[in-house]
Design a protein around this ligand. Structure first.
Ligand SMILES: [Zn+2]
Length: 382
């Protein structure tokens, strides 16, 4: 039996600041968690030396990294992204597709399927499914998405979004597009996670979308209408409805750090997920890149396409976690925003996203500077 015992850790999601926490992982699953005295033994031991132990970070919005764009990736390059992410504390992710030609959607879903069939044996960030950002989006709120691939819902296109044999299916859509609320209903009935985004929907349409099953918003504040005391806007709707959750890009560029703090505090860390929304140049530094049919420059960590839009981020979840820490969020709040809430959003909170017996051994040890000291995926050390 494979086993690993991590000791001398602050366990982030326990709420305790004691640094004598320990976790035993057996055969890929967390077998026991505790503080202080222990009489457990394991084949492999890891001394966290007072570092903080987080559940592995889960990124539900990621377009790629290290020069690899998910829309253009094959199985080998998806594995390379998974390797890169794992070194930054990400233990699971949803490859996120921007609107594209139907043939390419079918191709990339086939490649994702190939990785999902073999990844369990590899200590790389595990692909949990697929996230389609669009194609049912509002042209006025397209951001870096290419409107020429946008669709309207007439009752059949939902079947045209290629599905995996198993796994999470998530899509970001604008409920005000023609047939949008019907589409939310159809997708929810089919088991999709429907997130509202790239939208300027009014409150009535948003409420109707909520009733139809859309309870979450994609990259809060970005590509949506804002908040005004006489014009509630999409952002205002999300902040004033307690039962709505959202995710946010905590790179300090898409949203000013003070507004990240405001949004996460107002919504509550119980109902916010951190995402990277990273794109292919992530991990490569500044430069000029070809992305989604346009030239994208990266300057001081800010992406910019030919239309002048921000075209995704170049951060990892670890950077988002560091940002949250710098804004004063506690380790347990960060563990919720980076792991538990995204796991819950996609219906996998029984499987991963927290440090508890029975969960997958997906764990990250951060040192005092919040740098990665060790990552375990399914109990295997990266
Ligand atoms: Zn995106």
């Amino acid at each position: 039996m494979n086993s690993v015992l991590i000791t001398n850790a602050v366990i982030a999601d326990s709420g305790s600041e004691r640094s004598d926490g320990w976790v035993l992982v057996e055969d890929g699953r967390i077998a026991a968690v505790g503080h202080g005295e222990l009489d457990e033994t394991a084949i492999e031991a890891f001394d966290a030396e007072g570092g903080t132990l987080f559940p592995g970070f889960i990124d539900v919005h990621n377009h790629g990294a290290v020069g690899i764009d998910v829309n253009a990736a094959d199985a080998d390059s998806l594995v390379a992204v998974g390797e890169f992410l794992s070194k930054h504390g990400v233990t699971a992710w949803l490859p996120t597709l921007v609107p594209d030609a139907d043939e390419n959607y079918a191709r990339i879903v086939g490649e994702i399927e190939r990785v999902m069939a073999i990844q369990a044996e590899m200590p790389i960030a595990q692909i949990l499914g697929v996230h389609y950002e669009g194609v049912f989006a509002n042209e006025n709120m397209c951001g870096a998405l290419r409107p020429e691939f946008f669709k309207r819902f007439t009752g059949s296109e939902v079947r045209e979004l290629p599905r995996l044999q198993s796994g999470v299916h998530m899509t970001t859509l604008a409920p005000e597009v023609e047939g949008g609320v019907e589409l939310v209903k159809a997708l929810t009935a089919d088991g999709w996670v429907v997130s509202i985004g790239h939208t300027e929907a009014n409150v009535e349409t948003l409420d109707a979308a909520f009733e139809a099953g859309a309870r979450h918003l994609t990259h809060f504040f970005n590509a949506m209408t804002g908040i005004h005391h006489r014009e509630v806007g999409v952002a205002g709707w999300a902040l004033t409805r307690e039962d709505v959750t959202f995710d946010i890009i905590a790179d300090g560029i898409h949203v000013d750090p003070r507004m990240v703090e405001f949004a996460c505090r107002t919504k509550s860390p119980e109902r916010v997920s951190l995402i990277s929304d990273s794109v292919a140049p992530t991990g490569l530094g500044d430069g000029t890149f070809e992305l989604w049919g346009e030239r994208v420059s990266v300057e001081n960590g800010r992406t910019r396409n030919e239309r002048g839009s921000i075209a995704g981020s170049v951060i990892t979840m670890l950077d988002a976690v560091k940002m949250a820490a710098s804004l004063g969020f506690s380790m347990s709040e960060i563990a919720r925003m980076a792991s538990r809430n995204p796991a819950r959003l996609i219906g996998l909170s029984d499987e991963t996203g927290s440090i508890a017996a029975g969960k997958r051994g997906d764990l990250v040890v951060l040192d005092a500077e919040m740098n990665v000291a060790a990552v375990f995926i399914g109990g295997r050390r990266v």
